[in-house]
Design a protein around this ligand. Structure first.
Ligand code: HEM
Length: 235
């Protein structure tokens, strides 16, 4: 029996790595514009080669981010609709119950932690925050990219509103990723000091048994069924 379980496919790892790089690039080039008077922004703009280049890079990264988001959503929908993958990111009643069970466990009211499936309630909350926040960033980003076309369809006031929303939602998303995501994925006591699974794709059996027992039980069951079917087919 393998010591490790493959939790993330090559496509998922490439997707995560690309979005991580694009998000950092968007944050750096976006905040250099938002905080243009601060010494670090002046240094960044000069190092990159001037404000025009910073703006160009931000727009190019924004278009690439949009393409990745569309590809991700299309693949996810295709996989779920054709039943090639389970809708593991959809929130259910169990997630709300798990949140309460886990809170009771953290407060030591109960000795039993929640038993999670492929993704726990925190991961789902973060994922949907990222998807919805990403949609807002894409919509407002394109409004800022094509203000003349937008104002043919909508009142002109929409452009400054889009800018305020883009600028502040960008800061909020960045802070959530830096504080919440990095804590949950790498610094929390369960995984400290670093969880490399999204880069290697692999996790240990002990990790799966502890953090995602329902998924682990299903994988074991499916493996067993496969083995039995192979034995039945053998001459
Ligand atoms: C998702 C991560 C993103 C972050 C964190 C981010 C952040 C920012 C920030 C902070 C600004 C400066 C706003 C200000 O001056 O107050 C900005 C401007 C801008 N962003 Fe984004 N952004 C993101 C995605 C996008 C996307 C997907 C697009 C779409 C193409 C886009 C297009 C723009 C445009 C056109 C501007 C105006 C600056 C210019 O005219 O060059 N951004 N962004």
């Amino acid at each position: 029996m393998n010591e490790y379980i493959v939790r993330f496919s090559v496509r998922q790892r490439i997707e995560h790595f690309s979005v991580m790089i694009l998000f950092l690039a968007l944050g750096l080039t976006g905040f250099a514009q938002k905080f243009v008077d601060s010494p670090w922004a002046i240094w960044t703009i000069n190092t990159i080669g001037g404000i025009d280049r910073v703006r160009w890079l931000h727009r190019a990264a924004g278009v690439m981010f949009t393409v990745f988001a569309m590809v991700h959503i299309s693949i996810a929908l295709f996989m779920v609709l054709t039943r090639r993958s389970r809708p593991s990111m959809i929130a259910s009643r169990k997630d709300f119950q798990d949140a309460i069970t886990q809170l009771r466990y953290y407060l030591r009211i109960s000795d039993n932690p929640a038993r999670f499936d492929r993704f726990d309630y925190r991961q789902k909350f973060e994922y949907w925050g990222m998807v919805l926040g990403g949609m807002l960033m894409i919509a407002t980003g394109f409004m800022l990219l094509y203000p003349v076309i937008v104002t043919r369809l909508l009142p002109g006031e929409f452009i400054p509103v889009a800018r305020v929303a883009h600028s502040n939602e960008g800061l909020l998303a960045f802070l959530i990723v830096i504080i919440w995501h990095i804590f949950n994925a790498h610094l929390s006591p369960e995984v400290f000091p670093f969880d490399p699974s999204i880069f290697t794709g692999k996790v240990s059996r002990e990790y799966m048994e502890k953090e995602h027992p329902l998924e682990y039980a299903r994988i074991m069951r499916e493996d067993e069924e496969k083995r039995e079917a192979e034995t039945d087919e053998a001459p």
